[in-house]
Design a protein around this ligand. Structure first.
Ligand code: FES
Ligand SMILES: [Fe+2]
Length: 436
């Protein structure tokens, strides 16, 4: 049994204890506390555009359904029948019409979860059934917020508000959505799904790890760059080269790009420029965006080239390339990654083609680049089981007085954002634990 002070001792500031990545007990506590107390990404509202549309996913280890109710609102319900517990929806997505119907004894529920009907209901008369939790129907999660199409939920009924939790970090979602001439994103097909035999936090940390690309991706991106060089560096570079070559940028590039952190574990790389800054313009896009916003505002929107924004605990978005990666924990050493892409409504199709190409090249199970990272995570997961040293180091560019309650912009090779995540990890893990 871990107490709040024991959990807090696992992050010292410069170091993280290996149990945080390997212990089944810590993992269980993460599911109980961290994923219950934080605002976790569920899905995009364009995944359920019509009344009765639903899709199934997980918040931590909790199976949930995102569904569009008859009043047009998105609801997030636990995927569990209030009768005997049977999972209501097993398809990844579909349309359930006006109600869900349990396949076991046909209890049915409105799409906001309320009990609609029970066959042979008179059997419950005079039993006090109406006073039970079961009689209310399917349970909704604690709180739901649809922010510009992105649906987040907090499992706990009480806790930090959506606005306080995300604060100014929402500017990264704003920038991604503002890139649509109509101010709207639309899901573009199912996500690429990729299983990793490692702890989920390794993937989240990697999103702002700027000292690994030129090393870990040398075998893929480095090879591509070398072949291009042998060909005489012909211009213009095709989109695939524009995407992969920046992975081989030198340390100075990543130092100068900058990292911004916000309170509660959120942060992003690419404050000043990023690996997405130098993509070729797509004909007609700037014109379409200028028509909506005027040239100056359009330039401002496109001038923001944030690289990876981490929304703690477990997603990352790339505004300039309209992508979201969801790192779904399945066990202390098992993580499913879902990489979604979005269409900028009103923008030329070539933009979506580049976005899809990026996803295939970098994040697919068949990607050249994704395997480099997977190899590192899985080696780390195995390596951490070795005795001899109990601590992982996250000390790069750390100062004693750093304060994660303040927004900060620092050298892009700092590990401050990783420390920021662990600071938030302790905060939300212990918020509902004994002796917190
Ligand atoms: S378990 Fe769902 S109706 Fe009985
Ligand atoms: Fe990587």
């Amino acid at each position: 049994m871990q107490t709040a002070s024991q959990i807090a001792a696992l992050f010292t500031g410069p170091q993280v204890h290996r149990d945080v990545y390997t212990s089944p007990e810590i993992y269980k506590l993460e599911m109980q506390h961290l994923f219950a107390n934080t605002w976790v990404f569920v899905g995009h509202d364009s995944q359920t555009p019509n009344k009765g549309d639903y899709f199934t996913t997980q918040i931590g280890d909790q199976h949930v359904i995102q569904v569009r109710h008859s009043d047009g609102e998105i609801h997030v319900l636990y995927n569990r029948c209030p009768h005997k517990g049977t999972k209501i929806a097993i398809d990844r997505e579909g349309n359930t019409g006006k109600f869900f119907r349990c396949p076991y004894h046909a209890w049915s529920f409105k799409t906001d979860g309320c009990l609609l009907a029970i066959p042979l209901k008179k059997g419950y008369e005079n039993t006090g059934f109406e006073n039970t939790e079961n009689a209310k129907g399917m349970t909704a999660v604690g709180a739901v917020q649809n922010y510009r199409g992105f649906v987040f939920a907090r499992l706990a009924a009480e806790g930090i508000s959506f606005e306080d939790y995300f604060g100014d970090s929402l500017s990264s979602i704003d920038n991604m959505v503002d890139r649509s001439p109509e101010g709207r994103l639309e899901i573009a097909g199912p996500p690429l799904r990729y299983m990793h035999q490692c702890n989920w936090k390794m993937l989240v940390e990697n999103q702002t790890d700027t000292c690994h690309p030129m090393v870990a991706h040398e075998s893929s991106a480095g090879t591509a760059v070398n072949i291009w060089k042998e060909m005489g560096n012909p211009e213009p570079r095709p989109p695939a080269m524009e995407i992969i070559a920046p992975f081989m940028s030198p340390y100075e590039f990543f130092e100068n790009m900058g990292i911004r952190t916000w309170p509660n574990g959120h942060g992003h790389t690419g404050v000043h420029h990023s690996i997405h800054s130098d993509y070729s313009a797509i004909p007609g896009y700037f014109e379409a965006l200028s028509e909506t916003h005027g040239e100056e505002r359009a330039k401002e929107i496109l001038g923001e080239n944030r690289h990876n924004t981490v929304y703690f605990p477990n997603i990352m978005i790339k505004g300039p390339i309209q992508q979201l990666r969801n790192f779904i924990p399945l066990g202390p050493d098992k993580t499913l990654v879902e990489s979604y892409i979005y269409r900028l409504v009103g923008a030329p199709d070539e933009l979506l083609a580049r976005t899809a190409m990026y996803n295939r090249m970098i994040n697919a199970p068949t990607s050249m680049v994704g395997h480099d990272d997977l190899e590192m995570y899985e080696r780390a997961q195995e390596g951490l089981m070795s005795n001899g040293m109990e601590w992982v180091n996250v000390q790069r560019l750390r100062t004693e007085e750093e304060d994660f309650g303040e927004e900060a912009v620092e050298n892009g090779t700092t590990e401050r954002q990783m420390r920021n995540q662990f600071d938030a990890w302790v905060k939300f893990m212990t918020a509902t634990m004994e002796n917190a």
